[in-house]
Design a protein around this ligand. Structure first.
Ligand code: PEP
Ligand code: MN
Length: 416
């Protein structure tokens, strides 16, 4: 993954959580100065603030525009904090550069504006590309592909969805995926996704726990009178709490890198040794094509007609779908005496398939309804997926011998 260096701050490195904070919109020089000072004090790395405001409903205030950029530039200089702000038009690139904008935000409404994307990319300035309100991941990555990796940071701000709860749906799965496998650093916007101040803390911490490289958080010292997005803006005091706890969460994420890797390195068995009765081979032939089938030779005892082969776990799953009883063998000593299964119809219940191992267990118990787990655990484990039903069968059991027998395949996973 590329590390995007913006104003000397690396975005996308393992050990740095980047915090961007500030108002939704630059409203006045005073406002941006007050907030810049407090977000810097809270530990933010970037000052955000919209000078050019895209509006969803039209005919609304569109921001202070160039004057807003000027205030941002002044606040940036005064409090030594670089600026991230949204660019709406390719015609403004020169103006943004003149005011020293460090990171060019491309908002949700322009996530697929190829003229703007191409122009910003061509200017070679670092960009923060939000996902569109309804863009698919593929479409979003299509937009991202217009940039050099060293110039692009992604920002997840949630997608439209039908709910009364939040504002947009933030895809935790995509976040974890982009962190693990994406090409670009990924910043999460808990403000535009949640839409509600009281959700911003949890969403921020959750995003960091799932791998976000940074957060962009709308912060206002008077959210109730903010000109835009007050309902989702946190106060500077709240921002300080988020920054502190998000950095602690991030430290945990960094520390758990080895565990995360170990988790991903765990392999699952892909192949199994299977045991069947010779007479069942015909029914199983379609699954065993090309596989060697040998007699099973137990270490102890004398076996009769058990054969052994090897199949992929996928094949085994198909055998189960085709109606064979699949039993997992936990312990294999000596003989496999009754490698068959039976169907049992319990009045008022489904038909279940029960291997004679269970049947033997029941007979051995003289028809008792009690369960002796210690003695039989590995036995009823042997009927894959039917543990509960088998347990019931212990209690309602009748006429085993009269029931039809179906092929049973016993398997032992081969270490992955
Ligand atoms: C913003 O950051 O204030 C903004 C308009 O965001 P978005 O493009 O995600 O709606
Ligand atoms: Mn906003």
């Amino acid at each position: 993954m590329a590390i995007v260096e913006v104003a000397g701050i690396p975005i996308g490195s393992l050990d740095k959580l980047v915090i961007m904070a500030g108002p939704c919109a630059v409203e006045s020089r005073d406002q941006v100065f007050r907030i810049a000072e407090s977000v810097k004090g809270a530990g933010a790395d970037f000052l955000r603030g919209g000078a050019f405001k895209p509006r969803t409903r039209g005919r609304e205030w569109e921001g202070l525009q160039e004057r807003g950029l000027d205030y941002l530039a002044q606040a940036s200089e005064q409090f030594e904090i670089p600026v991230v702000t949204e660019i709406l038009s390719e015609n403004d690139i020169g103006m943004f550069q003149k005011y020293g904008v460090a990171l060019f935000q491309i908002g949700a409404r322009n996530a697929q504006n190829q003229t703007l994307l191409n122009a910003v990319s061509k200017a070679g300035v670092p960009a923060l590309l939000k996902n569109g309100m309804n863009t698919s991941d593929k479409e979003w990555m299509g937009s991202a592909s217009r940039f050099l990796p060293e110039n692009l940071v992604l920002c997840m701000r949630g997608r439209n969805y039908d709910t009364e709860i939040g504002r947009n749906a933030l895809d935790l799965i995509a976040l974890a995926h982009y962190r693990q496998e994406g090409k670009h650093p990924i910043v999460v916007d808990p403000s535009h996704s949640s839409g509600k101040r009281n959700l911003v803390y949890d969403v921020s911490i959750g995003a960091v726990a799932a791998g976000a490289h940074g957060l962009i958080i709308e912060t206002h010292d008077d959210p109730m009178i903010a000109r835009t997005d007050g309902a989702q803006s946190v106060t500077p005091k709240q921002l300080a709490m988020i920054v502190k706890d998000a950095r602690a969460e991030h430290a945990r994420y960094v520390e758990s890198a080895d565990r995360r890797q170990a988790f991903m390195d765990v392999t699952i068995p892909e192949w199994a040794t299977i045991y069947m009765k010779q007479p069942q081979l015909e029914a199983l032939a379609g699954f065993l094509a090309g596989q060697e089938v040998k007699p099973y030779v137990p270490h102890r005892g004398t076996n009769t007609d058990v054969v052994v082969s090897r199949v992929s776990m996928g094949k085994l799953g198909k055998m189960r779908k085709a109606g064979f009883a699949i039993g997992r063998l936990h312990h294999l000593h000596g003989e496999l005496p009754h490698v068959e299964a039976v169907n049992i119809k319990i009045t008022g219940h489904d038909t279940i398939r029960l291997s004679p191992y269970q049947a033997d267990a029941i007979h051995a118990r003289g028809g008792t309804t009690s369960l002796d787990r210690g003695q039989f655990t590995h036995r009823y484990d042997m009927l894959h997926g039917y543990g509960d039903t088998v347990r019931k069968a212990f209690q309602t059991w009748e006429h085993l011998e009269a029931l039809p027998r179906i092929p049973l395949v016993l398997y032992r996973p081969l270490k992955g």
